[in-house]
Ligand binder design. Structure first.
Ligand code: ARG
Length: 253
C-alpha cells in the first residue's frame, strides 16, 4: 500500500512538472498586447516603434512577469474580440471600463482616467455641449465610448445614429473636422489635446462631459493572468512608476 501511494505521489509530481514546464514554454514567455496606436499620448508611432503611456506601463508589467512584451496594432473595435478568443493576452488602448465590455472581458485595476472632450474648429457655432444637435455631423473613432455615447438616442443623451460619422482612426476624424466634413469630434481629452496641437484652427470646448476609467482587459477565463497583472500594476502605481510615465507624456496643467 505504501509503495502504491509513493508511486502515485511520484507520478503526480512528474505530471505537475510537465504541465508547468512543458508545452508552449516560449509562448508563455511572450505577453501579447493588442492596441490601436492612433491615440497619443497613450499609444502612437515614433518612427516604426509604438510608444506612449500604455506601451511603457505594459513593458514594466511584462518585466515584472518575466515576460517579453509584444505589441500588436489593430483596429480599436477588434481588440476585445481578439482578447476574448486568446489571439492576444491583453488589450491596452486607453480602454474605458464599461458595463457592456465587462460582460465579455475582465478589466484590471484602473491606471488612468479619461474625459470625453469635444473638438470644434475655431469660431464654431458650437460653443458648449448643449449646442450640439442631431442635425450636426459628429466625428468619432469607431467603437469607442465617444461613438457609443454620441450615437445613443436623444432621450438617452446622445444624438442618434444619423448624426454620427465613425472613422477608423481618431486622426481621420480630426482630418474630416479640418476639411469641414464634420462639425465636431468627440474623443478622449488627452488625444484631443494632441490632435489640436498638431492641427491649426481647432479648439477643445471647455465642457464637462463623461469621466471614465482606463484599464487593461484580459479574457474572462484567464483569471491567473489578471491576478498577476494586477499585482504588477498595483506595485507600479504604489512605487510611483505609473505616475512617472504619465508625467513624461502629459505635462501638468
Ligand atoms: N477610451 C475610449 C474607449 O475605451 C477610446 C479608446 C480609444 N483607444 C485607442 N487606442 N484608439 O472607447
Amino acid at each position: 500500500m505504501k509503495k502504491i501511494i509513493a508511486l502515485a505521489l511520484a507520478l503526480a509530481t512528474i505530471c505537475c512538472f510537465f504541465t508547468a514546464c512543458g508545452g508552449n514554454a516560449d509562448e508563455d514567455k511572450t505577453l501579447t498586447m493588442a492596441t490601436n496606436a492612433t491615440f497619443p499620448p497613450y499609444e502612437f508611432y515614433e518612427g516604426e516603434k509604438i510608444v506612449g503611456i500604455d506601451a511603457e506601463i505594459a513593458a514594466k508589467i511584462a518585466e515584472k512577469l518575466g515576460m517579453e512584451l509584444e505589441i500588436q496594432d489593430t483596429e480599436f473595435g477588434s481588440i476585445i474580440a481578439g482578447v476574448q478568443t486568446g489571439k492576444y493576452d491583453i488589450g491596452m488602448a486607453g480602454m474605458t471600463v464599461t458595463e457592456e465590455r465587462l460582460k465579455t472581458v475582465n478589466f484590471s485595476t484602473t491606471y488612468a482616467t479619461g474625459v470625453q472632450a469635444i473638438i470644434v474648429p475655431e469660431g464654431s457655432a458650437i460653443k458648449t455641449v448643449d449646442d450640439i444637435t442631431p442635425e450636426h455631423k459628429i466625428g468619432v473613432q469607431q467603437d469607442t465610448t465617444g461613438h457609443i455615447y454620441a450615437s445613443d438616442s436623444v432621450e438617452n443623451g446622445g444624438y442618434g445614429e444619423d448624426a454620427v460619422v465613425p472613422f477608423n482612426k481618431g486622426t481621420d476624424a480630426v482630418a474630416a473636422l479640418v476639411s469641414g466634413k464634420v462639425d465636431c469630434v468627440i474623443i478622449d481629452n488627452e488625444p484631443a489635446k494632441a490632435y489640436v496641437a498638431a492641427n491649426d484652427g481647432l479648439v477643445i470646448l471647455d465642457t464637462e462631459y463623461v469621466t471614465e476609467d482606463y484599464a487593461i482587459c484580459v479574457a474572462k477565463d484567464n483569471e491567473e493572468l489578471l491576478e498577476k497583472i494586477n499585482t504588477a500594476l498595483e506595485g507600479l502605481i504604489a512605487d510611483g512608476t505609473v505616475e512617472e510615465i504619465v508625467n513624461k507624456y502629459i505635462s501638468a496643467e
